[in-house]
Design a binder for this molecule. Structure first.
Ligand code: NDX
Length: 255
């Protein structure tokens, strides 16, 4: 396989367009899973959360990992390139092999699982293909300010995301499906602390890679879970009379 820059451009533009579609579809009405699913008692057409998250996220890990394994001759230089590909796989290793096995979430709708899986194949291919076959970085990219600041943001965002997901999980005992007011960590300031972490993480990745596909993905993430954080916030305000009034939806002290 070789690099086709026009393919990267086309796939990144389509990802940007999907982000806008996502925003237009879900700004007013939230995507129907978790606390925003209407027919909660209907068991058909849904898969246990553990299975669903594992299956949905697997391609995001597997596709770039396969591209890396199949690359001949193997790409071992420069170090910056290898590190960036590993960061992407690292996040999706967590999301595929760790997150699903601890989740206490409700069963996930099959229809969204189908689209989510397609999306993960698409994005896994785009990010992996670009980093493994197209990206070119100077040998000293690891000391470039874009790489170091992006990496720091990525790690900070990932830390916030994992910690916030853990706080959400601890709100429930095994088997419970009720909702409570999240407390602690960044939830002190925002209702969508896990989403805030994920968005910071992918913008950090985009800065570290300084690439169109990664910026397109960061933008998609913002358009996908940004509105969802807003809908979570509204849900909490409507459901809990004692919900902290100073808490914002997504960005601490701002929004
Ligand atoms: N999966 C990303 N669009 C998505 C699934 C949905 O990783 O067709 C995008 C991802 C997909 C989406 C994916 C792509 C686009 C799709 C969309 C559906 C439609 C859309 C396919 C792939 C589409 C077009 C047409 C444009 C193509 O019971 P429960 O489940 O609510 O329990 C929850 C629990 N919890 C609480 N427990 C007690 N008390 C409370 N108050 C609680 N609040 C929540 O915590 C869950 O078990 C858990 C987390 O819930 P929640 O709602 O906070 O997070 P969730 O949305 O489930 O995300 C989980 C993690 C989180 O860290 C988030 O950052 C990350 O995954 N994520 C999620 C979505 C997308 C994404 C990251 C990304 O874009 N990077």
């Amino acid at each position: 396989m070789q690099c086709f820059p026009s393919l990267v451009l086309a796939l990144s533009s389509l990802l940007g367009a999907l982000a806008l579609l996502q925003l237009s579809l879900y700004l007013r009405v939230p995507s129907r899973y978790g606390k925003h699913e209407e027919r909660l008692c209907r068991p058909r057409g849904r898969l246990p959360a553990r299975c669903a998250w594992f299956l949905q996220e697997l391609p995001s890990f597997l596709v770039p990992a396969l591209l890396l394994a199949l690359r001949s001759p193997p790409r071992l230089e420069p170090l910056g390139c290898r590190l960036l590909c590993c960061l992407f796989c690292w996040h999706y290793f967590y999301r595929t092999f760790i997150y699903p096995f601890f989740t206490r979430g409700r069963p996930f709708p099959l229809q969204l699982l189908f689209f989510g899986t397609l999306f993960c194949i698409y994005n896994g291919f785009l990010q992996g293909y670009y980093l493994i076959y197209c990206a070119e970085y100077p040998n000293d990219w690891c000391t470039d300010i874009r790489f170091t600041s992006g990496l720091l943001l990525f790690l900070l965002g990932m830390g916030i995301n994992i910690h916030s997901d853990l706080l959400l999980r601890q709100l429930r005992k095994p088997g419970e499906v009720t909702y409570k007011i999240p407390q602690g960590g960044l939830f002190t300031y925002v209702s969508g602390a896990n989403y805030f972490g994920e968005i910071v993480e992918w913008f950090g990745f985009a800065i570290a890679t300084w690439s169109l596909p990664a910026f397109a993905f960061a933008f998609f993430t913002l358009c996908c879970i940004g509105p969802r954080a807003y809908h979570h916030h509204r849900y909490y305000l409507k459901t809990f009379m004692d919900y902290p009034k100073s808490r914002k939806a997504l960005i601490p002290f701002v929004f």
